[in-house]
Design a protein around this ligand. Structure first.
Ligand code: ZN
Length: 165
């Protein structure tokens, strides 16, 4: 099983290839999609990876270290998902982390609105509209590709269900 740093090294190495390819075709892509892709890919390489399922355990994988003090935010995720279980599946796994992040953001924005009731926080974010935009679609694509590289390196096939296979 590759350690977190190996995942990071492989993903970042392949990023160089992708930047070269994207650079070639960027002009023909919808505005914002290439930069969105790179942002999603980096987020999925450095911070939001399948190994966040190790949160709260003795092992400290690289992505958790990258969160610094905020790594505690992923404690519940590590409690809910066993290591290399559902978190390490190709479609549902990445979605669990995206939804977890969304819930965290909701909780934080709710907490802030309680603390600062008179402030206009501007959290009226249109998620659906954003996901359908070239930037949103690019971020989501880059995020999924980064997760899939992680799973491929872990030796997990796309056809895998919940358990090791
Ligand atoms: Zn893994």
């Amino acid at each position: 099983m590759p350690k977190g740093t190996e995942h990071e090294t492989v993903n970042l190495g392949l990023l160089a290839l992708q930047v070269a390819t994207l650079g070639k075709y960027a002009a023909s892509l919808p505005a914002g999609s290439a930069s969105g892709y790179l942002a999603g890919y980096l987020i999925g390489t450095l911070w939001v990876t399948p190994d966040l399922d190790l949160a709260g355990r003795r092992e400290r994988p690289r992505p958790l270290q990258n969160w610094g003090l905020l790594k505690a935010l992923w404690g519940p995720y590590g409690l809910i998902f066993k290591h290399r279980g559902l978190s390490h599946t190709w479609i549902v796994g990445p979605l669990t982390r995206a939804l977890y992040l969304l819930l965290l953001a909701q909780g934080i924005s709710y907490g802030l609105s309680m603390l600062l009731p008179t402030q206009e926080l501007g959290f009226g974010f249109n998620l659906r509209g954003w996901l359908l935009s070239p930037t949103g679609a690019g971020v989501l694509t880059g995020y999924f590709v980064s997760q899939w590289l992680h799973l491929a390196l872990d030796g997990i096939r796309p056809t895998r269900g919940r358990t090791h296979g």
